[in-house]
Design a protein around this ligand. Structure first.
Ligand code: COA
Ligand code: MG
Length: 303
């Protein structure tokens, strides 16, 4: 089980670590979480230099209270260990989480966990760095239960549909779009990963939607992820940030009704009643558990 703090993740914005301009822009956006990417958004010949650029951006920009994460290359590459060492050594005190890509097993996550154990001791860091982990390989999806349970640094799993569709050899044309598969190409992997997350007290997050000029398509995918119980969705472009925030912020009407139901139920309990009628709908202990999840989300973002 995670011992890390709960963080808002309505939107996680991916920002190429090789772009000073985009990192500066990201620091000015209204967003819960930003991850500076050293993986696929950075060309192999630019990766070593991007580490230093990410360190400078973390140390010099005003990130305000939002979560700052660095996405690293996977454990089968030549870059992974240096990504962790350089970023944590250079900016560990201001870093909230490291995001591991293409995890296939719990061993992959433990590699990052143990490196963080060593670096935090060596650097005498006061903060404990969390781990976020992409489930985007068929092996990772097969092993998602053991991955979700393996480290108390784990804070969230992200369903990465781009690499996942390639890994399963799906025949689609654009990252994040579900093509004509009826009724929903991502139903099974999202559902499976969300169950593994909830059973282990960590947050399920939905991955990218590449067509940033299709807000309707983005909203449809975000709403599906939201209903399923996921906590947020990635943005790959500033235009997607407001869309994710809109979907994953509890609606004012729903929140007022949840608070009214909770108050009515608390009163009923005091009178010895376990099931009551609120405006023609039966409310019992299970209903209140659902309501509580909405109220917890509202508390986390302070509304
Ligand atoms: N983070 C921060 N700023 C971004 C951004 C991002 N992910 N994507 C675009 N911007 C900025 C641009 O720099 C531009 O800034 P400006 O108005 O100050 O000039 C503005 O937002 C509008 O961008 P636009 O011109 O519409 O797009 P673009 O052609 O500059 O960039 C991409 C398009 C796809 C190259 C870019 O969005 C990107 O690199 N996204 C992230 C890719 C990534 O991280 N992939 C890996 C994870 S899936
Ligand atoms: Mg990927």
């Amino acid at each position: 089980m995670s011992t890390q703090p709960k963080r808002p993740r309505r939107c996680q914005l991916s920002v190429p670590g090789s772009s000073e301009k985009m990192m500066t822009k990201a620091a000015g956006l209204e967003i819960d979480h930003v991850f500076l990417d050293l993986e696929d958004a950075v060309a192999p010949n630019a990766k070593p230099a991007a580490r230093g650029m990410v360190v400078d951006a973390i140390n010099s920009l005003d990130w305000r209270p939002r979560t700052v994460c660095v996405r690293i290359n996977d454990v089968e590459t030549e870059w992974c260990h240096d990504d962790i060492i350089e970023v944590v050594t250079g900016a560990g005190a201001k870093l909230d989480t490291i995001m591991l890509t293409k995890a296939k097993s719990a061993t992959d996550v433990m590699f990052v966990h143990l490196m963080l154990d060593q670096l935090e001791q060596k650097l005498k860091l006061a903060n404990r760095i969390g781990i976020e982990c992409l489930i985007e390989e068929v092996e990772g999806m097969m092993n998602v239960d053991e991955i979700a349970a393996c480290s108390d640094r784990l804070e969230c799993l992200v369903f990465g549909m781009g690499d996942y569709s390639a890994s399963q050899e799906m025949q689609i044309s654009t990252v994040g779009a579900t093509g004509g598969y009826p009724p929903d190409l991502w139903h099974y992997p999202r559902y499976k990963m969300t169950i593994a997350c909830r059973a282990n007290g960590i947050d399920p997050v939905d991955g990218p939607y590449a067509n940033f000029r299709n807000p309707e398509g983005y909203l449809k995918e975000a709403q599906r992820a939201h209903i399923l119980g996921m906590d947020g969705k990635w943005a790959i472009h500033p235009a997607q940030v407001e869309l994710a925030n809109r979907v994953f912020t509890p609606d004012a009407g729903a929140l007022a009704s949840a608070r009214a139901q909770k108050a009515a139920y608390d009163e009923a309990l005091a009178q010895g009643l376990g099931a009551i009628n609120v405006d023609g709908v039966m409310i019992d202990a299970a209903s209140i558990r659902i309501v509580k999840s909405l109220l917890d989300r509202a508390d986390l973002i302070g509304i």
